[in-house]
Design a protein around this ligand. Structure first.
Ligand SMILES: Cc1ncc(COP(=O)(O)O)c(C=O)c1O
Length: 349
C-alpha cells in the first residue's frame, strides 16, 4: 500500500458533486462490545451478510464533512467534533454503539491523509467531501439491533452541490410529503430519512425547483428544512431567523452561520418556528445551508401553487447571504482569521 504525495491531474474547477473513487478508505469493526483499531483499505466494496440490519431495517447512519486546502497548504476540517457528536446522537437513537471521538477523528484524518493526492488544491473552488458511516452488519433476521457494526470513512473530491461556479441561486418547492414525524428521527442523520425524500425531490424538480422544502408534518405551517440542507432567512428589520424544530437535522453550517450573522454582521438572530405563509412578506433573503450546499441563496419558493420570489426578483444573490458566504468559506479555507477555533488541521505525517 503506497500513499501518493503527487496530486492527481484533475480539472478541479470542473468537478461536480459526484462520487469519485479515491485510493483508500478507513474501516473499523465493532463486535463483542469493542472496536477494532481500524485500518486503511483499498477496495471500495463492502461484503456484508444478506441478513444485515443495515440492509433491511436501515440500522445505519452517516455524516458529511469537507476538508479544504489553506493558502499555506495546511489541510483543514471544519468543526469535526460536532459531526462526531451528531453521529453519536444518531447512534444512540438507532441502538448502535458509540464511535469514540478519538476513533472518529482518527478515521477521518487517516482517510484524508491517505488520499492526499485527491485533496483539491487551494483556489480550485473544490474540496474533499468526507463520508463517515456506521452500519449494522452481520447475520440477522428478526427486527432487532445488529451485534456487529462497521465504521467506515471514504472521501471523494467534489465541486459545488448545485451546478454553478460561486453561489448558485436555487429554488425550492413546498412538498406535499412529510420528511419526519414530530417525534421521529428527523433530528438524526439516519439514512432512513432520505429514501422517503427521493420522490419528494423528484416532484420538486418536476415543478422546476432544485429541492423540496418540508413544512412541519403536524400542522404543515412552519418551515422545517430542505431535502439536504437547513433554511435561514434574512427578514426585514435586520433580523436573521432560522426555524426551530425538533424534526430537522442540527446543521453544523447553520449553527456557524447564525454565529457569524450575530457577531460579524450585528444582526438580530432568532431561532424560532417560522410560519411560512404568514411571514413570507417579511422575507428579504433566503438560503439553504449545509456542508454540501454551503450557503445557497434561494431565489424562489413554490407555495400553494405559486412562486414567491425574493431578492432581485429571485435571480440575484443578496448582500446578507453573499457576506455570510464569504465569511464562512473564508474561515473554512483558512483565508480569514479563525477566531472561534472552528478549523482543525489534519496532520499530514
Ligand atoms: C437533511 C439535512 N439537513 C441539513 C444538513 C446540513 O447539515 P450540515 O451543515 O451539518 O452539513 C444536511 C447535510 O448536509 C442534511 O442532510
Amino acid at each position: 500500500m503506497s500513499i501518493s504525495k503527487a496530486k492527481q491531474e484533475l480539472n478541479w474547477a470542473e468537478l461536480g458533486f459526484q462520487y469519485r473513487q479515491t485510493d483508500f478508505r478507513f474501516s473499523a469493526t465493532y463486535s463483542d462490545g469493542a472496536w477494532s483499531a481500524g485500518e486503511l483499505l483499498e477496495s471500495p466494496l463492502i461484503a456484508v451478510h444478506e441478513g444485515a440490519p443495515a440492509l433491511h431495517y436501515a440500522q445505519q447512519c452517516f455524516e458529511g464533512m469537507k476538508a479544504q486546502t489553506a493558502p499555506d497548504g495546511r489541510v483543514l476540517l471544519f468543526r469535526p467534533e460536532l459531526n462526531s457528536e451528531r453521529m453519536n446522537q444518531t447512534a444512540e437513537r438507532l441502538l448502535m454503539p458509540q464511535v469514540p471521538v478519538e476513533l472518529f477523528l482518527r478515521g477521518v484524518e487517516a482517510a484524508v491523509r491517505a488520499n492526499y493526492a485527491w485533496i483539491p488544491p487551494h483556489g480550485s473552488g473544490a474540496s474533499l467531501y468526507i463520508r463517515p458511516m456506521l452500519i449494522g452488519v452481520g447475520e440477522n433476521l428478526g427486527l432487532r439491533p445488529a451485534r456487529t457494526f462497521e465504521f467506515r470513512v471514504f472521501v471523494s473530491p467534489v465541486g459545488p452541490y448545485y451546478k454553478s461556479a460561486g453561489m448558485a441561486v436555487i429554488s425550492l418547492a413546498v412538498s406535499e410529503f412529510d420528511r419526519a414525524a414530530p417525534a421521529g428521527t428527523g433530528a438524526f442523520k439516519a439514512g432512513a430519512n432520505y429514501a422517503g425524500g427521493l420522490l419528494a425531490t423528484r416532484h420538486a424538480q418536476a415543478l422546476g425547483a432544485n429541492e423540496a422544502l418540508y413544512l412541519d408534518s403536524k400542522t404543515r405551517t412552519y418551515i422545517d428544512e430542505a431535502g439536504s440542507a437547513n433554511i435561514v432567512v434574512a427578514m426585514k428589520g435586520n433580523r436573521f431567523v432560522s426555524p426551530k424544530s425538533n424534526a430537522i437535522l442540527p446543521s453544523v453550517t447553520r449553527r456557524s452561520v447564525m454565529t457569524l450573522a450575530e457577531e460579524q454582521m450585528k444582526m438580530q438572530v432568532e431561532n424560532r418556528p417560522i410560519d411560512l405563509r404568514a411571514e413570507l412578506p417579511e422575507f428579504e433573503e433566503v438560503a439553504a445551508c449545509g456542508t454540501a450546499a454551503v450557503l445557497s441563496p434561494v431565489g424562489r419558493i413554490w407555495v400553494d401553487g405559486e412562486w414567491h420570489a425574493f431578492y432581485g426578483n429571485g435571480e440575484k444573490v443578496g448582500p446578507v447571504m453573499q457576506k455570510l458566504f464569504d465569511l464562512l468559506v473564508g474561515i473554512q479555507r483558512g483565508e480569514l482569521a479563525d477566531v472561534h477555533g472552528w478549523t482543525h488541521e489534519v496532520p499530514m505525517e
